[in-house]
Design a binder for this molecule. Structure first.
Ligand SMILES: [Mg+2]
Length: 402
């Protein structure tokens, strides 16, 4: 099985001694919201050399913790924690395969893979810290000196006018912060409907038009409708009129298991279709790429199974002439991992970036001290070892619930 391991010489000899799992939750979280940034799952991997690494994943944090800590009962349902203890953390690819095979009867997709994503991310951070190198160096070396983040805008409001105006205001704020690209959610209906709204599809067009008008023609604009439409024909009947808004890509217009409808839409829509935020492993992406033939693949590093698995997905996209724009709606830990991947992936057009200044999520704003800075609408190459992100442990303790 193909796996990705760090590139280095003279790595110190280390042994994994302990795993700590942290379930974090904002005390004022609103279960009626669809923002997964209200919680987080942070994993720490410790070694006998005193060096540790941190990782994160974006799925229910209690379940992720159980995926790692639950005892194994047979050889194809081993405990992730037990597999890890005693391993050499530098052998990331080998460890990933051991976890994948050893948890086969519990995993192969879904939550176990999402948990493995946090573990694998922490191993890269650990290896970087142990060798004094940033993760992008361990991935073979950066191929560019800056990447472009797009500001992911968070909606607000309780009715159409408030919702539209909040997105326009947020788009203008992102523009004044220097962002060259923004993505607006436009979801007032369907499974992700903001605040239980139930607006017509025409009103979605109105919001897209308002945001485009506000930011002007130079700003790159993506639209995320979060599984709004039941099928390709319904979607096409609306978005056929969106060509004038110059949409860089349309994200998740249809449920992502609805592969054949996605394929029909990818052929007819006037803009590229982007999908992939929920997917686990290269195997799920293969179907999305080869059957649905989408234009933009959006692996989320934690959910897909880690940095190496995301890299494999990036390589698959390249072979097929598709773009990569990773999903990331989490704290600075995942944002850093996403940036390192982008620095070694030339066909990664943008990375998703939740600007701490614009989002309401405390964990995004408070949990980490990020190395990444926005300069001229771009992020310059990070140079610190590992992911280059520091957890504020007081904040972690404050929001830790399990
Ligand atoms: Mg999305």
């Amino acid at each position: 099985m193909k796996t990705i391991s760090p590139v280095f010489t003279n790595a110190p000899k280390l042994v994994i001694t302990a795993i700590d799992c942290h379930v974090l939750l904002a005390p004022d979280f609103d279960p009626g919201m669809t923002s997964s940034a209200q919680d987080s799952f942070i994993v720490e991997i410790h070694t006998d050399g005193g060096i540790s690494g941190i990782g994160e994943s974006d799925a229910n944090p209690w379940i992720l913790k159980a995926c790692i800590e639950a005892p194994g009962t047979h050889t194809m349902g081993l405990a992730i924690k037990d597999i890890l203890i005693g391993q050499n953390p530098m052998e990331i690819g080998e460890i990933w395969e051991k976890l994948y095979v050893g948890t086969a009867m519990n995993g192969r997709r879904g939550m176990v893979i999402h948990a493995m994503g946090a573990i694998e991310m922490a191993l890269w951070d650990l290896c970087g810290k142990a060798t004094g190198q940033p993760v992008h160096s361990l991935l073979g070396g950066a191929t560019r000196d800056r990447i472009i983040p797009y500001a992911s805008l968070q909606p607000a409001g309780h009715c159409f006018e408030e919702y539209r105006d909040a997105l326009v205001e947020s788009a203008l704020n992102a523009q004044s912060l220097g962002f060259r690209a923004i993505k607006s959610e436009v979801t007032m209906n369907g499974p992700y409907a903001h605040g239980g709204m139930n607006e017509t599809y025409d009103r979605h067009t109105e919001v897209v038009a308002s945001v485009r008008k506000a930011v002007g023609p130079e700003m790159t604009l993506m639209i995320d409708v979060q599984y709004l439409w039941p099928d390709a024909a319904t979607c096409q009947s609306i978005v056929c009129d969106w060509a004038e808004f110059d949409i860089c890509f349309l994200e998740t217009p249809i449920w992502s298991d609805n592969i054949h409808e996605l394929a029909a839409l990818a052929e007819s829509a006037p803009m590229p279709i982007a999908v992939g935020e929920w997917l686990a492993t290269r195997f799920e992406f293969q179907e999305l790429m080869d059957t649905a033939k989408i234009g933009v693949a959006q692996p989320d590093i934690g959910r897909v199974g880690g940095i190496g698995e995301a890299k494999i997905v990036c390589d698959m996209a390249k072979e097929r002439g598709m773009k990569i724009v990773p999903h990331c709606w989490k704290t600075g830990v995942s944002t850093a991992a996403t940036a390192h991947l982008a620095f070694v992936t030339d066909h990664c057009q943008f990375i998703e970036y939740l600007p701490p200044q614009l989002c309401v999520e405390r964990l995004r704003r408070e949990l980490t001290h990020d190395e990444l800075v926005l300069k001229d609408g771009t992020i310059p190459l990070p140079t610190k070892p590992g992911l280059g992100v520091e957890i504020d442990w007081d904040v972690l303790k404050k929001y830790k619930v399990a």
